[in-house]
Write a protein that binds this ligand. Structure first.
Ligand code: C2O
Ligand code: CU
Ligand code: CU
Length: 558
């Protein structure tokens, strides 16, 4: 299986007609005048690629119907100029790859996906309100050379959503090889807030996707997970920001809005900003479902695959010449299943690598001892490492201040039906070597969960103590997190209320991280009136290796 998959890139390249259509790479790649480092096949000292008027992640405000062609594009990855997969569109003589789609709430969104790969694909609009036929359910995957048409009104709250492939069993690899970008929704109130804070999309309001990758000797992307990695998640040897490695961003002494997306298949982040040897606090302003009601000041934030946070980074206290690093701060990745599963069929031997030096509390960085094909060893999830440098290069007059209130959250769904919550147990089937939800793995024909559109639901996710963290994602609907119980200490100490919620739990969520031993209570709202008839959405783990291995269920809404 692995062999044929590795050939996929070169095959896909042939299918790519648009690939050669003059990608304006030069405009995206940083001026490498500074910080040129010696002898490496890779570019160093890159600037953070910002979404420009076209090119990779370029801003695109669709009018009329768009065509997105999923195909390989040679030379596109900023880190190494390697080939990557991208959604490409050409409009008025300009070319976008993985466009950052910018939609106004209320507008109609119409797109044709053209499959230029050599295997099935379908786009899922993650967090975006759309009827299940429009939402990228895997049963709608289209074959190579075929197309799928989407048309739906944009009804979401203003916020940072995203899109990526969702063909069953192929989601991780297609996403990893490059298919993913932002779907930003704006509305009048959110834009007024942006004006109040003098924030400009692409300049001081920056979508940044974080993704970890492994490379072969020529800088090419490698995705060839072992059995062990299919079980625990595939970790890259380095983390890219908008496709660049350890890039820097030149900034002024003002506020910046960073829209951060964890686009990794499996890696968890504990993000922090560091300057002058200490943490620089920031304000959480939005998460999966848009603005919180009020900004929340914090200095570390967990971000799991699929989740988004919008942060306000305040550089007003810094001076030109100073640096701020966006880092992963040490944490325990809690891979508590390690050591127990080593005997299961096909598993690679357990890691013998040193654990990165964070002491006994620090979990085993899985995969640390496996030789990565043609590349460096995986970067330990819980280790301290830099991701991005912000260089303060100019003094700015900036006299805006963050309002005490940002938005009004919609009312939580109505009174709950009496009775016990619906429970979802997340546990390893040690015999099958797969993660399960209530003992089940995905069956496209089955509907193990049926809910009524009008009845408020209370759900609980239960993370097995001898498991690992699972970011649980529901398609089509948002939920509120109402309680965390049994949280590990590193989570509990961040609680902001008596129910054990984290600041990132306060708004509308579509993905919630469930730690080992934890019970996370949520109230999904299935009341969306915009979806006609019966719906079949998905509930799955957004660790994409887990998802592809079947940690997913259909959810029927009638
Ligand atoms: Cu972003 Cu079903 O996933
Ligand atoms: Cu989704
Ligand atoms: Cu999982």
């Amino acid at each position: 299986m692995t062999q044929t998959r590795r050939q996929f890139l070169s095959l896909a390249a042939k299918a790519s007609a648009l690939a050669l259509a003059g990608a304006p790479l030069v405009a995206l790649l940083p001026s490498t005048a500074r910080a040129a480092k010696p002898a490496s096949p890779f570019a160093h000292g890159q600037s953070l690629p910002l979404p420009g008027a076209s090119g990779l992640y370029g801003l695109l405000r669709p009018e009329g119907r768009l065509t997105l062609t999923a195909a390989a594009v040679p030379g596109l990855l900023p880190a190494t100029r390697a080939q990557m997969l991208a959604y490409t569109t050409v409009q008025g003589g300009k070319t976008w790859h993985n466009p950052t789609l910018v939609l106004q709430k209320g507008q109609e969104f119409r797109t044709r996906l053209v499959n230029g790969l050599d295997e099935p694909t379908i786009i899922h609009w993650h967090g975006v309100d759309a009827d299940w036929r429009q939402a990228g359910h895997p049963s709608y995957a289209v074959s190579p050379g075929q197309a799928y048409d989407y048309a739906f009104p944009v009804t979401n709250r203003a916020g940072t959503y995203w899109y990526h492939p969702h063909p069953h069993g192929l989601t991780a690899r297609q996403s990893y090889l490059g298919l993913a970008s932002f779907f930003l929704v704006r509305d009048a109130k959110e834009m007024a807030l942006s004006r109040e804070l003098d924030l400009t999309l692409g300049v001081t309001d920056l979508p940044i996707v974080l993704q970890d990758k492994r490379f072969d000797d020529h800088g090419g992307l490698v995705y060839a997970p072992s059995q062990d990695e299919l079980l625990m998640g595939h970790l890259g040897s380095e983390v890219l920001a908008n496709g660049a490695r350890r890039p820097s961003l030149d900034a002024g002494t003002r506020l910046y809005r960073l829209r951060l997306l964890n686009g990794c298949t499996a890696r968890l982040f504990n993000l922090a900003f560091e300057t002058r040897g200490r943490k620089l606090p920031f304000a959480l302003m939005a998460n999966d479902g848009g603005l919180l009601d009020a900004p929340w000041t914090m200095d570390e934030v967990f971000l799991a695959p699929g989740e988004r946070v919008e942060l306000l980074l305040d550089l007003r206290g810094l001076k030109p010449g100073e640096l701020v690093a966006l880092v992963n701060a040490p944490f325990d990745p809690m891979h508590n299943e390690e050591g127990d599963h080593a005997g299961h069929a096909g598993a690679a031997p357990a890691s013998q690598a040193p654990d990165g030096g964070h002491g006994a509390e620090h979990g085993q960085g899985h995969g640390g001892g496996h030789p990565a094909p043609g590349g460096a060893a995986p970067l330990d999830e819980g280790a301290a490492y830099p991701i991005l440098h912000v260089r303060v290069v100019r003094q700015e007059k900036y006299d805006r201040s963050v309002p005490a209130r940002l938005s009004t959250l919609p009312a939580a769904s109505g009174p709950l039906a009496p009775g016990a919550p619906r429970r979802f147990e997340l546990a390893l089937d040690r015999h099958a070597g797969r993660w399960t939800i209530n003992g089940l793995t995905y069956d496209m024909a089955a509907s193990p969960v049926t809910v009524a559109r009008r009845a408020p639901e209370a759900w609980e996710f239960l993370g097995a103590r001898d498991g690992m963290p699972h970011p649980m994602h529901l398609h089509g609907y948002f939920f509120r997190v109402t309680a965390r119980r049994g949280s590990p200490e590193q989570v509990r100490r961040r609680a902001v209320d008596a129910a054990g919620l984290l600041a990132t739990d306060l708004g509308l969520k579509d993905t919630v991280l469930v730690w080992p031993g934890e019970t996370v209570a949520v109230t999904p709202d299935f009341g969306n009136p915009n979806y006609p008839g019966e719906q079949t959405f998905l509930l799955h783990c957004h660790n994409l290796e887990h998802e592809d291995q079947g940690m997913m269920l259909n959810v029927r809404v009638s």
